[in-house]
Design a protein. Structure first.
Length: 372
């Protein structure tokens, strides 16, 4: 059993090292014409001063298309201030699909003939200045059909935030292969031709998860999905313990309600690690524990190098809180990961953005407002 444990821990270390080894060093960008960035916001959006400043600092030019449900004063004020750059579209309230998807579909219907490249972002990210140019590079060079970055959570103070951040960091630094990539809607790009080829409006219709719907459609169409490994995009993580745990469950519930097979594979891998950690702690003796912690510290050091290379200094400092959690109690992170995965499969109900959705095979079959 000890040799199986050694192999298992070695594989986890090799996986993270593989990510570091394939991290681009040159980080080339492209700046074509006809780029539109689509941002979905809630109507109580505060205007995202930091986000807007970061978007204005991008090296590549683009038009910003903000999708709202109805009346968003901050978005309207931004459009009035900079009409040449910002356009606002009001989608109204959905009755049979996710509100975010509903807004994105409304935005797609307003595209102009000259819009050749589509970039989707989330309102809670802290994008680096290279974001737009890096997402465009594989598209312009003909190396990919759909391009994606990935979220890297920045936990505020608190054990639960660091724990959830550590779980997400496990996913963020997995080896990424084009044949097994699922796009993340917080930083995703595709050409207008690919959007038309997929019939993106039809792909999204009735869905709750925009990125899962697009990713699965891309797989079925045998498109080239490419990750940009240096685009681990910072996203703040804060809130109470129940809300933070609910965030993790929601992410996996999107997966299980869209692709049970994908969820089963991911859960199986984590379950093996969880059981192995239980054996190491309670049956394996001090050598097994030492091997587990040695691999955890090795992964931590490599991940520290990764986040130092792709994040701004203040962002990297916050991200390192998750590293501490994983290096001090790696078994707890693995067990928490499994708990989130199992909890996600216990229901098809997803509480998101002020709505409770009932989802079956990725499609919304019922929805109602919440008070929060």
């Amino acid at each position: 059993m000890i040799w199986l444990w050694v192999v298992l821990q070695a594989l986890t270390l090799i996986g993270v090292t593989n990510y570091w080894h394939h991290l681009p060093r040159d980080r080339k960008t492209e700046m074509p014409d006809g780029v539109v960035v689509i941002l979905s916001v809630r109507d109580d959006w505060d205007g995202g001063s930091d986000l807007i400043a970061r978007l204005k600092a991008q090296g590549a030019p683009f038009r910003l298309l903000i999708a709202t449900s109805g009346q968003c004063p901050a978005a309207d004020a931004l459009a009035a201030q900079d009409r040449d750059w910002v356009q606002v579209v009001a989608a109204g309230i959905s009755v049979n699909e996710g509100q975010k998807v509903h807004k994105l579909r409304a935005a797609l219907r307003t595209l102009r003939p000259e819009d050749r490249f589509l970039i989707f972002i989330d309102a809670d990210i802290e994008p680096p200045v290279r974001l737009v140019g890096r997402l465009l590079f594989p598209l312009v060079r003909g190396k990919a059909d759909i391009v994606t970055g990935y979220r890297l959570l920045l936990p505020e103070r608190g054990v639960m935030a660091a724990l959830v951040g550590a779980v997400e960091m496990q996913l963020a630094t997995l080896p990424r292969f084009a044949s097994a990539t699922m796009p993340w809607g917080g930083a995703m790009a595709l050409t207008r031709d690919v959007a038309d080829r997929l019939d993106l409006d039809a792909v999204l219709a009735g869905r709750l998860s925009d990125d899962m719907a697009i990713g699965l459609a891309g797989w079925r169409a045998k498109l080239r999905l490419r990750p940009v490994r240096d685009l681990l995009v910072a996203s703040p993580l804060k809130g109470k313990a129940t809300g933070l745990l609910g965030f993790g469950v929601r992410q996996y519930r999107h997966i299980v309600t869209n692709s049970a097979g994908m969820w089963a594979l991911a859960t199986g891998v984590v379950a093996i690690q969880s059981l192995a950690w239980g054996w190491a702690l309670f049956c394996g003796g001090w050598l097994a524990v030492a091997i587990g912690y040695g691999a955890a510290w090795g992964r931590g050091l490599v991940r520290r190098a990764i986040i130092g290379a792709v994040l701004e200094p203040d962002q990297a400092r916050k991200a390192r809180r998750s590293l501490v959690c994983d290096m001090v109690a790696p078994f707890a992170v693995t067990w928490a990961h499994l708990v989130v995965q199992v909890a996600a499969a216990m229901s098809s109900r997803i509480n998101w953005g002020g709505w409770v959705y009932h989802v079956r095979r990725g499609r919304v079959v019922g929805m109602r407002r919440t008070d929060g």
